[in-house]
Design a protein around this ligand. Sequence first.
Ligand SMILES: *Cc1c(COP(=O)(O)O)cnc(C)c1O
Length: 419
Amino acid sequence: MKEQTLAIHAGYEKDAQGTMVVPIYQTTAYEFRDTTHAANLFKLKELGNIYTRLMNPTTDVFEKRFTSLEKGVAGVGTASGMSAIFYAIANVAESGDNIIVAKQVYGGTSTLTTHTIKRFGIESRYFDVNNPLEIEELIDNRTKLILFESITNPSIDVADFNAITEIANSHNILTCVDNTVATPIYCKPLTLGCDLVVHSASKYTTGQGLAIGGIIVERENLVDKIKNNPRYYHFNEPDESYHGLIYSDLSLPLFTLRVRLALLRDLGATPSPFNSWLYIQGLETLPLRMKQHSSSALAIAKFLEAHPKVKKVNYPGLKSNKNYKLAQKYFPKGQSGLLSFEVSSLEEAQKIADSTEIFSLVVNIGDSKSIITHPASTTHQQLSAKELIEAGVPAGLIRLSIGLEDTDDLIEDLKKALG
Ligand SMILES: *Cc1c(COP(=O)(O)O)cnc(C)c1O
């Protein structure tokens, strides 16, 4: 089936009631038929519902539908994008291990990898996503994961998948792509040789800024990379916490299964059934919405590029962009709705951000409502002028998340604000 059909139907089989809309299974627990049934579920002899911290029928539809869009084999929903990223790391790395992370990542990912997991004894080593050859020097035998974003937020760089996976595969290291900005509509990292995808479902998935959520999706046959690989010995040795289960011996997608059985069990960042239902509603229109986000963003990027007050526009769909060729190679059909542009000073940027009428001043992306963000006054406020430049966030930089309003109205709004 084609993508637009999967977005509307994948993962849902109607029950006897025949409800057209996926029901919200608002429940904490599920009744077992008898003790044998219960024991079989706990032993994984049979798969089925036990407790909503681990699984839920509404969340299951969300997971299956998202997985089908990513062309993966299994997915596990989480309570936020950040918990999806943390679980992807915690599922492979422990104290004494390290992970390799792109310097250009979402602010929360940056603080998680720099500070929070360091307190758990996991070191993060950073590479410039524009120079993936740097990865090679960072790898040692305790390297467990390479984490990067397909289109980076907020710097709007583009990852060179082939260059990254070539290095990762030559060392048998797992790659994990945060595909939040590109969305599966424009980029399917699992078909480009990557092993895992993580998302914030809070953004384009709900599409209207409705709820916080996340997901991890794994590719088919991931076991081939993990089985007997000493880096991932904990998948190949009996899991004490699950009465000696050896994950790589199961004929089930092992990465997301372990997230569910170990991390959701013990840490519990599970999506609520109601939020899963909202993500499902969002997915139905994701392919249609992304076309509009993307074509509007390109038109606005072109308008800004021609404006005398604008020094530079970052949008990989523009021919002048340093990543145009990579974007054409990996996401030729569209480059999503996120762009940034630079004006001459902090004051000038603040004046623009303060005077738009349709664009709201918000720190979020992927909403039907257009959003303007001034990183130097918000997400990157603590940085000095020099640090701002090093982080690729000049004081005069403005980020836009292009919504679904009429493109001409959005251009008119920016024209007035630029003065
Ligand atoms: C928002 C975002 C996150 C974090 O997701 P939450 O759902 O807010 O926890 C992670 N990565 C990217 C690229 C994001 O834009």
